[in-house]
Ligand binder design. Structure first.
Ligand SMILES: Cc1cc2nc3c(=O)[nH]c(=O)nc-3n(C[C@H](O)[C@H](O)[C@H](O)COP(=O)(O)O)c2cc1C
Length: 194
């Protein structure tokens, strides 16, 4: 299904090394005519690192989406009752957020958005990015993969020699993964090597 005119929630969590790639694919979604509604986890609003600062991220996200990001649990909650998103993407999705989502924990704006959105039976797309994807988080990825209305951006081992448990989504496949998830279909193949 085309993304033109679709309302897409884009939820960023604290995998800061993938933010730059994420911003580029968000720009592509805007080019495709999608309306983006940004949401940030608490960590991505607070943590400064060698990859950038929250102020810079917020400015960039405002510029790309033309919207004020959702930054709190209370402003994410209406996503359920108002049902205004056609689809929600957690991009990038940390191991932390994946583990909490798989366990039914709702303690950040992104997790609130996911819970509210799933409540109304709409598709949720996950772009995983975590060093423990083949470690502690493998079971959570499995749980999410097997959950109703949850789809994945294809992912692979980004650096098996130095980070043998690391899994990172192919961000450039976000758009086709969203197009299929809107039809409740999973982009295949899911596992793609780097
Ligand atoms: C510089 C830096 C880079 C990080 N990169 C990742 C990452 O790629 N994947 C991940 O799962 N966690 C990463 N983390 C850890 C998360 O930011 C941390 O687990 C945080 O609690 C995530 O919260 P959130 O899921 O609510 O955004 C990184 C932390 C820092 C400081």
């Amino acid at each position: 299904m085309e993304l033109y005119g679709k309302n897409i929630g884009v939820a960023l969590t604290g995998s800061f090394c993938t933010f730059e790639k994420t911003f580029k694919v968000l720009e592509d979604l805007v080019q495709a005519g999608a309306n983006l509604y940004p949401i940030l986890s608490d960590s991505s609003q607070k943590i400064s690192s060698r990859f950038g600062t929250p102020d810079l991220y917020l400015e960039r996200i405002r510029t790309i989406t033309g919207r004020e990001p959702i930054l709190s649990i209370e402003t994410a909650e209406p996503i359920g009752p108002s049902s205004y998103l056609d689809i929600l993407a957690i991009v990038p999705c940390t191991g932390n957020t994946a583990a909490k989502l798989a366990s039914g924990i709702t303690d950040s704006p992104v997790l609130m958005a996911a819970k509210a959105h799933l409540r109304v039976n709409k598709p949720l797309v996950i772009a995983i990015s975590t060093n423990d994807g083949l470690g502690m988080n493998l079971k959570n990825i499995g749980t999410l993969f097997n959950s109703k209305n949850i789809y994945f951006v294809p992912f692979g081992q980004d650096n098996w020699e130095k980070k043998p448990n690391s899994l990172v989504a192919h961000m450039e496949l976000l758009r086709p993964a969203l197009e299929l998830a809107l039809e409740h279909r999973q982009y295949q193949p899911v596992l793609i090597s780097y």
